[in-house]
Design a protein around this ligand. Structure first.
Ligand code: ARG
Length: 466
């Protein structure tokens, strides 16, 4: 594609006596970005052709010739044979120019009653609707991978952390599922965004509505939109759907980044609970022993880029005075970029999870001897001691164990009784990590039976995200 300035403007040249400065042309043209809308623009234009034909603007012959031309153009895009011309300012002008080459005279009528303002936002909504459906399937597959992990790792105990300090033991499956539910909410959110996105702006003209008596409801049905916009000015300026999508992408990015950070920690030598498959790791150019979790680090990194895309678009939108201002041409690049980044990340994450190796023995060995301090306090509570007091007594136990360098698990009953007489011969049962997780027997808790129930809920949610 040439970026040279054309000598005449095919779309809006009538008012102009000289051609554009090539530097202005390069700045103004959006073809490098918006050519991705090609097939959706063809679809929108075909629907417009049908609508204005029904309104009497085109004869049936003209309509059929135009539709055949548009079909041919779609085929050229699909086959990669569409040839751009120097006069193509954006994808819309490129398609109209090609239509003229293929069909002749009738192509000059296609834009009757339409503006690029309502045209571009129609194509953009159509494109994003497909992108949203595609991303929903990708997020679903990542959820399926988390469910598979949770099924496989039901017998694995890991330390659970708060403040990145060991807090209480839990099932590794519980942790995988903890990252499933944010994605469930993401899919719910996406379905709601899709509803607001799936509204037809076409028929709004430049800003005030079209003079052609088109049936906008029929147009909406033709394009699979569920409703039509109620105000033409709002219709051409509204980019809420793009901003909502970018917020969705940013929040999904945050969720993915938290999962990634956890996996990165767990694959480090200090934790050592997980090892990534070679297919989803990279090496170091200098350090021969290194196996790096780059996919997860890129996830963490790109989550920052996704947040930037959202703030960038919101800044572009915030003070636009008119229905359409050229600032709006900046709307597509961040949306495409967010889609591309997520489309690249999600399958890699899903299969990285499916193929990683879990090391149950290392996870068990990592459980600190005092990780069951809460259970020891609960044990005293069961013996009739108020919790606050029990908490204090166990604090003394933990402190004495640390001072003596003898882990709690190796303490005798007498050692415990030396701190408080309420400790009994059954104290060691309170210090069994499997017994401890089994006691979290509440809906949403980490007891194995509850995690199994949660797995059932998760499986059901996969196919029923709402
Ligand atoms: N390339 C433009 C965009 O992406 C199309 C709309 C142009 N409209 C206009 N009035 N110049 O926003």
């Amino acid at each position: 594609m040439s970026t040279d300035a054309p000598s005449s403007h095919i779309l809006w040249g009538g008012r102009f006596q000289s051609g554009p400065d090539p530097r202005f042309w390069a700045l103004n043209a959006s073809l490098p970005v918006d050519q991705r809308l090609a097939l959706h623009d063809v679809r929108g234009t075909a629907a417009w052709v049908r609508a204005i034909a029904a309104a009497g603007v085109l004869t049936p012959d003209e309509r059929d010739a135009l539709l055949a031309g548009l079909e041919r153009i779609a085929a050229e895009f699909r086959q990669g044979t569409f040839a751009f011309a120097a006069t193509d300012e954006d994808i819309h002008t490129a398609i109209e120019r090609r239509l003229k080459e293929l069909v002749g005279e009738p192509a000059l009528k296609v834009h009757t009653g339409r503006s690029r303002n309502d045209q571009v936002v129609t194509a953009f909504r159509l494109w994003l609707r497909d992108a949203v459906d595609d991303l929903d399937a990708q997020v679903r597959d990542l959820q399926a991978a988390l469910v598979q992990r949770a099924e496989a790792d039901l017998e694995v105990l890991v330390p659970g952390y708060t403040h990145l300090q060991q807090a209480q033991p839990m099932l590794l499956s519980h942790w995988w599922l903890a990252h499933f539910w944010p994605l469930h909410r993401d899919r719910q959110r996406l379905a709601q965004i899709r509803q607001r996105l799936n509204v037809l702006p076409l028929g709004s003209g430049a800003l005030a509505g079209t003079t052609v008596p088109v049936d906008r409801e029929a147009l909406a049905r033709d394009l699979g939109f569920e409703a039509i916009t109620p105000n033409s000015w709002d219709a051409v300026s509204d980019r809420d759907f793009a901003a909502e999508f970018l917020f969705w992408a940013a929040l999904l990015g945050v969720h993915l980044s938290r999962l990634a950070e956890g996996v990165i920690l767990f694959t480090s030598r200090e934790f050592g609970f997980l090892t990534l498959d070679d297919a989803f790791s990279s090496g170091s150019s200098l350090l021969p022993q290194k196996k790096n979790p780059d996919g997860f680090e890129l996830t963490r990194g790109k989550s920052g880029t996704l947040i930037g895309a959202l703030t960038g678009l919101l800044s572009t939108l915030k003070a636009l005075p008119s229905a359409y201002d050229k600032d709006l041409q900046e709307d597509k690049a961040p949306v495409f970029r967010a889609y591309d980044d997520l489309r690249a990340l999600l399958p890699v994450l899903a299969d990285s999870l499916r193929t990683l190796t879990v090391h149950p023995e290392r996870a068990a060995a990592a459980l600190a001897p005092d990780i069951l301090a809460t259970d020891l306090a609960d044990y005293l509570v069961a013996k009739g001691i108020p919790f606050r007091e029990a908490h204090h007594i166990v604090g003394q136990v933990v402190q004495r164990a640390a001072a003596q360098g003898v882990p709690l698990t190796q303490w005798s009953v007498d050692d415990f009784r030396a701190v408080h007489p309420a400790f009994d011969a059954d104290v060691h049962q309170a210090l069994d990590p499997w017994a401890a997780v089994a006691r979290r027997d509440v809906p949403g808790g980490t007891a194995p039976n509850r995690v199994r129930a949660q797995l059932e809920q998760a499986r059901a949610a996969l196919d029923n995200p709402l």
